[in-house]
Design a protein around this ligand. Structure first.
Ligand code: SF4
Length: 386
């Protein structure tokens, strides 16, 4: 079985992470929104300072790949000019907020995000690297399955609630109280012992029976959660996906010419308001039944230094064999970055691929040492468990 490192922190623009293909520089768009000018600027920067590849992250961020170390300062200057930088790495990592891409009747999600950003920037909170917030008060509640520790949502009767992850109900608040209440909840998490060795998540803390103060606990249920959105066109705009969450800067530039605003989502898709047509020939997925969406594959070799094999080439070759409703996970090592849930999983071991039935990348394999050609030559045999 592969060994792997858990880093426990996420890269930023000011604190990039070294990978197999150079620096990974993560850009956190404010409220998950990019203007067309910002998107064009990012595409230019990705080509000028990196290898032109851009990942969409499960935190609704973009990651420029293959950035050369001696270009990092110039890239930071470009991002600063686009209004995409935080004052320092601490403020950057604290601003871990996912915002629904779909506007609600009151359209207050961006205002809430700005207030929460300001409150976090002004605080001296030291939160774990993965600790995050979700603002999910749009037309539908869509972020329920997205990792977050504190959620601002809509409750019954259209009121706003602030809910700690892991709790069934939240406390009802007025719109101008939501950011301060979310911040108070984060402070309570820190002060009540939610962090151990620099790590900790709200759901685990609540699950251990930590008792919320009266002012932060409520009995208001969030509205029902909607199914995960799928790529396609609606009256509101286009939701486009990219295979394995990786796109080329050229594609981003084309999208920036079609849309006045690009909204990042945590599903490795981009929502383009008021767009009803996408030019053909781009590396985009606009149909929910595209088989490539049935495969989760991490970056793999040669881009990730921990990878034991190429993942995406095998994933591409197997996509047509994955039936509707099933998920195949191809992982470059046992860390399983691309998919935390149980699935039929192929994990590179250094001696081929191990096959895990209905498990995660770190589970015990059923078959070991399969070559990529072996799997592709007889997919019915190896994928028959899907
Ligand atoms: S799962 Fe993939 S991306 Fe994650 S560390 Fe392993 S090889 Fe790298």
């Amino acid at each position: 079985m592969s060994t792997f490192q858990i880093k426990g922190w996420c890269p930023g623009a000011l604190r990039p992470m070294m990978s197999g293909d150079g620096l990974v520089v993560r850009i956190r768009p404010h409220a998950g929104r990019l203007s067309a000018a910002q998107a064009r600027g990012i595409a230019l920067a990705a080509r000028a300072h990196g290898n032109g590849l851009i990942d969409l992250s499960s935190r609704a961020n973009l990651q420029l790949r293959g950035v050369r170390s001696d270009h990092h300062d110039a890239l930071v200057a470009d991002l600063d000019a686009l209004g995409l930088l935080d004052p320092d790495p601490v403020a950057e990592s604290r601003r871990n907020i996912v915002v629904t891409p779909f506007s609600g009747a009151t359209g207050d999600e961006c205002m809430l995000a700005e207030e929460l950003e300001r409150a976090l920037a002004a605080s001296d909170l030291v939160l774990p690297g993965k600790f995050g917030f979700a603002i999910d008060c749009g037309r539908k509640r869509v972020l329920d399955q997205v990792s977050a520790d504190i959620r601002i949502e809509r409750g019954a009767g259209e009121c706003l609630i602030v809910r700690p992850d892991g709790a069934t109900c939240g406390v009802a608040v007025k719109a101008d109280e939501a950011a301060a209440t979310a911040l108070a909840l984060a402070k309570w998490f820190v002060e009540s012992g939610g962090i151990s060795d620099g790590r900790g998540r709200m759901a685990a803390h609540v699950g251990k029976g930590a008792t919320l103060p009266r002012a932060l606990s409520g009995e208001t249920l969030p509205v029902a959660s909607a199914p995960r959105p799928e790529p396609g066109f609606t009256e509101e705009g286009a939701l486009v996906a990219v295979a394995f969450g990786s796109m080329h800067a050229d594609t981003l530039e084309v999208l920036a010419r079609r849309a006045s605003e690009l909204r990042m989502t945590p599903w490795r898709m981009i929502f383009l308001p008021a767009v009803d047509e996408i030019p053909a020939g781009l590396d985009l997925v606009t149909r929910a039944d595209d088989p490539i969406l049935r495969i989760e594959a991490c970056t793999g070799a040669p881009w990730c230094p921990q990878a034991r094999a190429k993942t995406r080439r095998l994933a591409q070759r197997l996509a047509a064999h994955v039936p509707a409703g099933a998920t195949l996970h191809v992982s470059g090592c046992a860390k399983g970055c691309a998919c935390a849930r149980r699935a039929l999983t192929l994990v590179a071991s250094g001696e081929g691929f191990d096959l895990i039935r209905n498990g995660t990348a770190s589970d015990r394999p059923t078959i070991t040492g399969l070559s990529a050609d072996q799997i592709v030559s007889d997919p019915a045999r190896y994928l028959g468990w899907l």
